[in-house]
Write a protein that binds this ligand. Structure first.
Ligand code: IMP
Length: 194
């Protein structure tokens, strides 16, 4: 089957493709003629995922899914959460976001954090959501140059290196995103016979 992945983030496309079986193919936003920025104004991660998928379904009439991801740091009361992309400002600069997170955690012993991804699927007008979570800790400084976003400061539980050091092979198995995509795949295989 073919389904549109409503994202403009090439890193997300690469990671999702790593997990999808070959019988599920992704169409990009450009392929359906969508080049505008999709609104993302909900106060929750789940709400943003649904908003993005609903926008594409309403404007382009295609079955689609979107995803929204947030980093939740325990000692910061769940921040940056829904503000993960714009934590240090509107320009969504990953290095500035990392520096701000490390600054806020400076001197704090509790480094527990988790990544949460919510995928919203719209199939024939009906919404289905799938959540993926990975627990871990925030390092004292950025380490590694793989991955993207906050990967250089996130060390998943059970590993002694960051996602940026571990790279795709590990992210593909245990990341928040891959866990959510695995649930999506199981749903599509059961309900659409993908
Ligand atoms: P959004 O889901 O596109 O709104 O992205 C939220 C923010 O989380 C952005 O700053 C991304 O760089 C960051 N982010 C999303 N997924 C990951 C990931 O897998 N690792 C590290 N950072 C991520």
């Amino acid at each position: 089957m073919q389904i549109t992945f409503a994202t403009g983030n090439p890193n997300k496309i690469i990671e999702v493709k790593e997990v999808l079986p070959s019988n599920i193919q992704i169409t990009g936003l450009r392929d359906i003629g969508c080049t505008e920025e999709i609104p993302e104004t909900s106060p929750t991660i789940e709400g943003n995922a649904i908003q993005k998928a609903q926008y594409v379904y309403d404007h382009y009439g295609v079955n689609c899914f979107s995803e929204d991801t947030g980093l939740e740091v325990e000692a910061l009361g769940g921040e940056p959460g829904v503000n993960t992309a714009r934590y240090a400002g509107e320009d969504k600069d990953p290095r500035a976001n990392i520096q701000l997170t490390l600054k806020k955690l400076s001197g704090i012993k509790n480094r527990k954090a988790r990544f949460k991804t919510v995928i919203a699927l719209i199939l024939d007008g009906k919404i289905h959501t799938f959540e993926g979570i990975v627990e871990g800790t925030i390092t004292e400084k950025p380490l590694g140059d793989g991955g993207f976003g906050y990967d250089p400061i996130f060390r998943p539980n059970g590993y002694d290196r960051t996602f940026a050091e571990l790279g795709m092979d590990v992210k593909k198995e245990i990341s928040h995103r891959s866990r959510a995509v695995q649930k999506l795949v199981r749903f599509l295989e059961k309900n659409v016979g993908a």
